[in-house]
Design a protein around this ligand. Structure first.
Ligand code: ADP
Ligand code: NA
Length: 303
């Protein structure tokens, strides 16, 4: 089994719970605060590492307290950092949660990780080109993601793009992707087809295959699981329930990290998607994102 290379962003999630948002110029007292590791790429690396994968994480990271937090969470998950140290501050997300409704409003500052360049990615070509599976997302600059996909392709890695958050893709990016893993919103943003159920997910997946995705489109459908769709078969993979749902933050990251690990182990992609659903199904029964990623033993027991 080869390793999984993940290119992405780490930020510290600072979460504030208050009865309402402050108005400009106003200071209010909130109810609670938590600080924890975040960033889609880092969460996916943690999911992959805990799911039993040999995960290597490529990112830019600041030499500061949030950077230390990142290194600690990777070490605990068995993730090997392939990071570029930066004098910029490690990024952070300010997550406001409204008490009662649970609605949120978020500011993300990618900081050091957002400044990663194609040259930085090339400096980690050994890790990326030598992987059996490469995965990236869209929180870091598009040119860095593109360079990562190119290097992975040249090295013979299977490539996965998790196109989150939704964004317009540069010309040629989709044809560098063996697999693409949009959620409903992202599938709609990329294909122009509103995704509400399996039928509309199939239509969006067909559109993405026609736009150049090499092997398969995996649309994640929240509590409905995922649709695995390639040119020969279209297979719904149901969500796997592991208990009462506590917090779905990071469910997509759990799915992606475990899906990549499954592929790296040589699983058939539908089996890897099922493995991803088990990992995500466990993660939603626990609070937090990185903190909620299950171990391999827990996933195997559920399957
Ligand atoms: P994202 O977080 O990126 O929007 P989804 O909401 O589609 O991603 O969730 C990703 C995966 O997590 C789903 O395909 C499913 O396997 C799992 N999942 C999400 N919500 C639930 C849930 N309520 N119960 C069980 N599994 C879930
Ligand atoms: Na969770």
């Amino acid at each position: 089994m080869g390793h999984v290379a993940i290119l992405g962003v780490f930020v510290a999630d600072t979460t504030f719970n208050a009865d309402r948002q402050p108005r400009m110029g106003e200071t209010i007292l909130g109810n609670s605060f938590t600080l924890g590791p975040g960033g889609k790429g880092s969460n996916q690396a943690v999911a992959a590492g805990r799911a039993g994968g040999e995960a290597h994480f490529v990112a830019r990271i600041g030499r500061d307290a949030f950077g230390d937090m990142a290194r600690k969470v990777w070490a605990e998950a068995g993730v090997t950092p392939a990071v570029i140290d930066s004098d910029e501050a490690t990024g952070a997300a300010m997550i406001f949660i409204e008490a009662g409704s649970g609605d949120n409003a978020i500011i993300v500052v990618p900081g050091a990780a957002g400044g990663i360049t194609p040259a930085d990615v090339e400096a980690r070509a050994d890790v990326i080109g030598g992987a059996s599976v490469f995965i990236t997302q869209l929180e870091q600059p598009m040119d860095a993601a593109m360079r990562g996909l190119e290097i992975a392709r040249e090295g013979g890695a299977a490539t996965i793009l998790n196109p989150a958050p939704a964004a317009e893709l540069p010309e040629g990016m989709l044809s560098l992707c063996d697999y693409i893993t949009p959620n409903e919103t992202e599938a709609e943003a990329l294909s122009g087809i509103a995704v509400r159920d399996l039928t509309s997910a199939r239509a969006a997946a067909d559109a993405l295959l026609a736009m150049g995705v090499a092997k398969a489109v995996i649309v994640t459908l929240g509590a409905q699981g995922v649709l695995y769709h390639d040119r020969d078969r279209s297979v719904p993979v149901p969500a796997i329930t592991a208990g009462p749902v506590v917090e779905t933050t990071g469910a997509g990251d759990a799915f992606n990290g475990a899906f990549a690990t499954g592929l790296a182990e040589g699983m058939d992609p539908v089996a890897a998607a099922r493995f991803g659903c088990a990992c995500a199904g466990l993660s939603v029964t626990r609070p937090g994102a990185a903190a909620s990623m299950p171990t391999r033993a827990e996933i195997d027991k559920l399957l």
